[in-house]
Design a protein around this ligand. Structure first.
Ligand code: HEC
Ligand SMILES: [Cu+2]
Length: 330
């Protein structure tokens, strides 16, 4: 049925383009999302037509033909009951398996992803590449490479939406949310805020430029020379005095941050958790929430002193501390 719908659409490319039936499909998951969507639409149309046709047919067939006529009581046959229970249940199971597998695939960025960081604020998108370049309402990405986007908001809830890639996710203040996509063709695609966020919400739009890998490398190198996010984070790390406690010379007062990112660690109350962006953020803003065995809760809070952009840079720096050597080396 799906193939049938798809080929039906493909045979009318001119009409589909004219009617803007759907946005361009320019990411690796776009076609799968479209197929699921077509299937849902197809099933909905099929059953709506079926049910309404039957209603109209029965209205005519069983209408009252003389003023004195009254209905007779009937009992639904068991087979009929079973049929209209089992078939829709099976359809629901198929749809569930199909859509949840797509959801899971959509929720896990591949390890090889390039990273980009997004801060939403009233009313614009700030985007930062780990290599350093910053953009506002514009995003340059290479074609054919998975791109992981880590997002947060500086004020209210926004929503990062690129229709051509079929990705959309809320951007929340106080935590990080992630999406990923792999562009499949070069071009320029719309970027929207899809969550009403105040007066100028409708202007919170931008463009995604998907470039060939060589063009992208040229673009990255071409802008004004900037430090990488990790280098900027390193400067903040000494500016805020983090090193006073966390450097190896400060022996024993605070845990080493080298290599903690992505690793599981044990907390004082015996729980195990994996160190991710949210945990590092939490440790910096609400240090007492992080309870490591063998350490005193002496870390001061940096709430109100570090903005979202600096936070991402500090996190990038902590992530870059791959090993003990790296930390001792400076
Ligand atoms: C006064 C010393 C001190 C300063 C300054 C300090 N920290 Fe800490 N930090 C600690 C201690 C102690 C812990 C462990 C807290 C606990 O177990 O309750 C910690 C925990 C952390 C953790 C969690 C580590 C883990 O493995 O879970 C991170 C991340 C962190 N600090 C980052 C920073 C950053 C970034 C700065 C600067 C903005 C900073 N710290 C400044 C003492 C300090
Ligand atoms: Cu918004």
């Amino acid at each position: 049925m799906m193939g049938f719908l798809q080929s039906g659409l493909d045979s009318l490319p001119g009409v589909a383009a004219m009617m803007q039936f759907k946005p361009p499909a320019a990411s690796s998951i776009a076609d799968s999302v479209d197929q699921l969507y077509l299937m849902l639409t197809g099933i909905t149309i099929f059953f709506s037509v079926l049910i309404f046709s039957i209603i109209f047919y029965f209205m005519l067939k069983y209408r009252r033909k003389s003023p004195g006529e009254s209905g007779t009581e009937t009992h639904t046959p068991m087979m009929l009951e079973l049929t209209w229970t089992i078939i829709p249940s099976l359809i629901c199971v198929v749809l569930f398996v199909w859509s949840s597998s797509l959801y899971v695939r959509n929720g896990r960025p591949p390890n090889s992803s390039t990273e980009i960081f997004v801060i939403g604020k009233q009313w614009m998108w700030h985007l930062q590449h780990p290599e350093g370049p910053r953009e506002i309402n514009e995003l340059h990405v290479p074609v054919g490479v998975p791109v992981k986007i880590t997002m947060t908001s500086q004020d209210v809830i926004h929503d990062f939406y690129i229709p051509a890639f079929r990705v959309k996710k809320d951007v929340l203040p106080g935590r990080y949310s992630q999406i990923w996509f792999q562009p499949t063709e070069t071009g320029t695609f719309h970027l929207f805020c899809a969550q009403y966020c105040g007066t100028n919400h409708s202007q919170m739009i931008g463009w995604v430029y998907v470039m060939s890998p060589t063009d992208y490398a040229t673009w990255l190198a071409g802008g004004e020379k900037t430090e990488s996010m990790a280098q900027q984070g390193e400067r903040l790390f000494s500016q805020f005095g983090c090193g006073n406690c966390h450097s190896p010379e400060a022996a024993g007062h605070a845990p080493s941050l080298a290599g903690i990112y992505g690793k599981p660690e044990k907390t004082q109350n015996g729980e195990t958790r994996v160190v991710d962006e949210d945990l590092i953020r939490q440790a910096i803003l609400v240090p007492n929430s992080v309870h490591l065995p063998n350490y005193q809760p002496i870390m001061p809070t940096y709430q109100g002193q570090i903005d979202e952009e600096q936070m991402l840079q500090l996190i990038a720096y902590v992530k870059s501390l791959g090993s003990e050597e790296r930390m001792n080396g400076k």
